[in-house]
Design a protein around this ligand. Structure first.
Ligand SMILES: CC(C)(COP(=O)(O)OP(=O)(O)OC[C@H]1O[C@@H](n2cnc3c(N)ncnc32)[C@H](O)[C@@H]1OP(=O)(O)O)[C@@H](O)C(=O)NCCC(=O)NCCS
Length: 171
């Protein structure tokens, strides 16, 4: 049974991949869908580490592809649960690209996915809270409530009047 809450750092998950020919488009760059898949897996591991339950992807948010990632590059995804609500968790990811020849490592993009913990019948279940510790974790924890309200409004699942953090935007 998972504890009532756990440190955000304990949810850390990282995966590294090398971009192979099968992962690329006709320009030799990594296909966006492949990166989304890799991020989905890293984020799911992070969410499972937090709640120790089955998790499903509820939403993929704030993904941008800022620069092409090339054949042969190494891609590292770092994922952490930034905040947990009732059954849902926001997983915040940073993506780094490493040039295989020079070792130069640059931040390529970031993304936030929402996972929901479910029981064996697929019904949402409660998850523990997250305790942010570092300055970055605290900043991401604070922002997560705003982002949750925005994504639920856009998904038609929250009345803007209930969005305590964003109400002013919709008045
Ligand atoms: C995600 C899922 C379990 C939510 O079920 P639901 O019946 O909508 O349940 P609820 O309305 O009670 O919402 C449960 C949680 O999901 C969150 N949620 C639902 N839709 C969401 C969305 N579009 N964006 C962010 N969070 C969302 C709710 O905010 C709620 O969070 P909370 O418990 O922390 O407050 C359900 O929609 C599902 O099983 N979807 C398919 C998941 C899947 O197969 N993913 C892989 C895609 S191929």
């Amino acid at each position: 049974m998972a504890p009532d809450s756990s440190a955000a750092g304990k949810t850390f998950a990282t995966t590294t991949h090398i971009v192979l020919p099968n992962d690329t488009n006709t320009l030799g760059n990594l296909m966006g869908g492949q990166l989304l898949n890799w991020m989905d897996i890293a984020a799911a591991i992070s969410a499972i580490r937090h709640c120790r339950r089955v998790v499903v992807t509820a939403a993929v948010n704030n993904v941008s592809f800022d620069q092409p990632i090339r054949l042969g590059d190494m891609v590292t995804i770092e994922a952490k649960v930034s905040r947990a609500f009732r059954s849902s968790m926001e997983v915040y990811m940073d993506v780094f690209v490493e040039d295989g020849a020079t070792g130069e490592r640059t931040k390529s993009n970031k993304a936030m996915y929402t996972f929901v913990a479910v029981d064996q019948a697929g019904a949402p279940i409660l998850v523990p809270g997250v305790i942010p510790e570092t300055d970055e974790e605290k900043e991401r924890f604070e922002g997560a409530l705003r982002r949750r309200q925005l994504r639920l409004i856009l998904a038609g699942k929250m009345d803007p009047k209930e969005a305590t953090e964003l109400r002013a935007l919709f008045e």
